[in-house]
Design a protein around this ligand. Structure first.
Ligand code: FAD
Length: 226
C-alpha cells in the first residue's frame, strides 16, 4: 500500500547564507516522528514528480510546525524547486521515515558529528538527549566550510552554556576525518562511545569505517549519508 500523502503550507523561510535555507512548514495536525527522522518531499518538476528526502530539523515537541534546512545543490532540480517556492505554497510529502534516530541519551558518551547541513537530524536528537537527563557527556563536532557561521551556531552555543554535559566544537570540513581520528581513535583506548554521523557524500562512510575498524561496535556507530 502506498504511504499516505500529507500536505503542508510553507509559512516562512530563513536564509542561512546564500545557498542554505530553512523552510518552516505548517501542518494541519502535528506529525508524530522520532528525532532524526526525515520526510520524503514529492516535488512536481516539469513532467516528473521527484522524491527527495529531507531531515526534520525541528523537534517533535514543536507540534504542527516542521523545519527543514536545505542546501541549494548546483544544477539540482529538487533543491532548486524548493528554493523557488513562494510563502503559502503547498508542499506534499510522505513520512516520517528513517531509523537514524535517538529517543534518549545513550548509556555512554555520545558523539554527534555533523558536516554542514548534516546538523539537521542531529539538532532534534541532541535536544532530546539533553532533555533526557544524560548521565554521560554529549559532544558535538560540527564541521563547516569555515566561511559562514555554522548553522544554528548561537542556539548550540547557548545549549553548551546551559548544559554542563554538552560540549561543542567546530572544525573545517576538510579536517573532519583527521579530527575524528585524533580525538576518538588515537587519543585513548576507550571504545564505549556512541557515534551519530550525518553529512553529504563519502566522508560519512569514511568516518563510519574508520571508527568501526578502530574497535567501536558496529551498532554504536550510526550514520546517515546524503
Ligand atoms: C535521508 C536523507 C535526508 C536528507 N536530508 C537533507 C536535508 O535535511 N537537507 C538537505 O539539503 N539535503 C538533504 N538530503 C539530500 C536531498 O534529499 C537531495 O539529495 C538534495 O536536495 C539534492 O537534490 P537535487 O534534486 O537538488 O539534486 P540532485 O540532482 O538529485 O543531486 C544529487 C547530488 O547532490 C548531492 N547532495 C545531496 N544533498 C546535498 C547537500 N545537502 N548539499 C550538497 N550536495 C548534496 C548528492 O550527493 C548528489 O551527488 C537528504 C538525503 C537523504 C538520503
Amino acid at each position: 500500500m502506498a504511504a499516505p500523502e500529507l500536505a503542508a503550507r510553507l509559512e516562512r523561510v530563513v536564509d542561512h547564507g546564500a545557498e542554505t535555507r530553512a523552510f518552516f512548514l505548517r501542518l494541519p495536525a502535528p506529525l508524530v516522528f522520532r528525532p532524526g527522522q526525515f520526510i520524503s518531499c514529492l516535488l512536481p518538476v516539469g513532467e516528473e514528480r521527484l522524491i527527495r528526502p529531507y531531515s526534520i530539523a525541528s523537534s517533535p515537541e514543536e507540534g504542527d510546525c516542521l523545519e527543514l534546512v536545505v542546501d541549494r545543490v548546483p544544477g539540482g532540480p529538487g533543491s532548486h524547486y524548493l528554493f523557488g517556492l513562494q510563502i503559502g505554497a503547498t508542499l506534499r510529502f510522505t513520512g516520517p521515515w528513517g531509523t537514524f534516530t535517538l529517543d534518549r541519551a545513550p548509556a555512554g558518551e555520545a558523539v554527534f558529528i555533523a558536516d554542514g547541513t548534516g546538523i539537521a537530524p542531529i539538532r532534534p536528537m541532541l535536544r532530546r538527549a539533553l532533555a533526557s537527563a544524560p548521565t554521560h557527556p554529549l559532544r558535538l563536532l560540527h564541521a563547516g566550510d569555515g566561511r559562514a557561521p555554522p548553522l544554528y551556531h548561537e542556539e548550540l552555543l547557548q545549549l553548551a552554556r546551559t548544559n554542563p554535559a554538552f560540549t561543542l566544537d567546530h572544525v573545517e570540513s576538510r579536517t573532519l576525518l583527521r579530527e575524528v581520528c585524533r580525538r576518538w581513535i588515537e587519543s585513548d583506548t576507550d571504545r564505549t562511545r556512541h557515534f551519530f554521523i550525518c553529512g553529504v557524500g563519502l566522508i560519512v562512510p569514511t568516518l563510519r569505517d574508520s571508527l568501526r575498524q578502530a574497535g567501536y561496535a558496529r551498532r554504536a556507530v550510526q550514520y546517515e549519508k546524503w
